[in-house]
Design a protein around this ligand. Structure first.
Ligand code: NAI
Ligand code: MG
Length: 365
């Protein structure tokens, strides 16, 4: 059966990097390794220009019908003054909300050829392969009350509320344990039970879920200590599961120790339905990079890596996902670099050349 993808290139460099994803998809189809059917639609500023909304209902219908969605990036200075509800990011938020995506997967890996470019010491990052699972729909970003109140004294007081339900912790823990099982069989659960009630509940629910995953080694790590450990010796971790706020910070921290924004893929997953189908959105961590848009120099690796994650997590094509990762590692080992990851003595290439080289590597592997 054909596998259905929706591609949402978006704004800025989004369409440039998505074209390289299409190049990889064409190779997958031509090589007979998989049969993908894909269509494209608008999201972000370009959708606002076309329909007056950051994503149309028709595009949302396509997103629900697809087995997975791959998104480029949204936003840019052109839309700085559009109404808040129609701003480019609203398209991304609607996708996440309507698809009920609650698990954000952020890998941090270190490509051997880029070890020297890391901000950390070689021995600290060499061979690093870490997965951070961030809860995406609960916690302090969404909890009520959430307000700024002016008191009688004239002073203002702001409040955000960290709030978690047991079922929210349970389902993210299960995603993380499943991932850990397919990886290094070790899971670190990160919270602050020493000072937060949500941390106490988090720790107890994850401990209970562990009963169903006895083959996985579970540790509990306080979030501040986790930040230190991630800089000191990130290889001590295999899979990390944490809440929305800590996950936001720790995933950026972990990912950047290994490379550039142009290299970082991500996945956002929802709950499996009765047929085992899981809503999923794959996207690079970076934005629309208006400063380099249209120049043909954007790094397509983050978005191609996001396709790789789709192969692995939505289509059970682990072998093909490994090939994509190996092809990326291969072109880097050959010295090809887009300007954002350029190093002395390497060969500077543009977006298209990088995409072509990755497909060339795929054909060779
Ligand atoms: P950005 O990630 O777009 O760019 C930050 C810096 O990294 C820029 O110097 C850019 O040139 C560089 N960069 C990013 N991706 C790159 C790539 N693939 N290859 C080479 N260089 C790359 O973040 P910024 O500048 O804060 O935001 C720009 C626009 O993107 C804004 O409108 C923002 O709202 C939007 N944005 C969208 C996101 C999304 O669609 N998920 C996420 C973050 C920002
Ligand atoms: Mg962030």
């Amino acid at each position: 059966t054909k596998k259905k993808l929706l591609l949402l290139p978006g704004d800025g460099i989004g369409p440039e990097v998505m074209a390289e994803v299409e190049r990889v998809l064409a190779w997958l189809n031509q090589s007979g390794r998989a049969q993908f059917e894909y269509e494209t639609d608008l999201v972000g500023g370009c959708a606002y220009d076309a329909h007056g909304e950051a994503i149309s209902d028709a595009a949302m219908d396509k997103a629900h019908a697809a087995d997975a969605v791959i998104l480029g990036a949204v936003g840019g200075p052109k839309w700085a003054n559009v109404p808040y509800a129609k701003r480019p990011e609203a398209g991304l938020l609607r996708l996440r909300k309507d698809m009920k995506l609650f698990a954000n997967l952020r890998p941090a890996i270190c490509y051997p050829a880029l070890t020297e470019a890391s901000s950390l010491k070689r021995e600290v990052v060499e061979g690093l392969d870490l997965m951070i699972v961030r809860e995406l729909t609960g916690g302090v970003y969404f909890g009520e009350p959430k307000e700024i109140v002016t008191l009688e004294s004239g002073e203002r007081r702001a409040v955000d509320s960290q709030l978690y339900y047991e079922h929210e912790i349970d389902r993210i823990a299960r995603v993380a344990f499943e991932l850990a099982r397919a990886r290094g069989k070790r899971l670190a659960s990160v919270e602050k039970h020493n000072v937060m009630r949500t941390g106490v509940l988090w720790k107890s629910v994850v401990t209970r879920v562990h009963e169903d995953y006895k083959d996985i080694e579970l540790t509990h790590v306080l979030a501040d200590n986790c930040a230190m450990q991630l800089v000191k010796w990130p290889k001590q971790f295999d899979t990390i599961v944490t809440d929305n706020l800590f996950g936001d910070v720790l995933s950026d921290l972990a990912a950047m120790s290994t490379g550039s924004l142009g290299m970082l893929p991500s996945a956002s997953l929802g709950a499996k339905d009765a047929n085992g189908r899981r809503p999923a959105l794959y996207e690079p961590v970076h934005g629309s990079a208006p400063d380099i848009a249209g120049k043909g120099i954007a790094n397509p690796i983050a978005t191609i890596g996001s396709l790789g994650m789709a192969l692995r997590y939505s289509f059970d094509l682990g072998k093909e996902a490994d090939l994509v990762d190996a092809a990326i590692a291969g072109v880097l080992a050959k010295g090809l670099r887009t300007p954002d990851i350029m190093q002395d003595g390497m060969t500077k290439v543009g977006t298209v050349e990088m995409g072509e080289a990755i497909v060339g590597e795929l054909k060779r592997l």
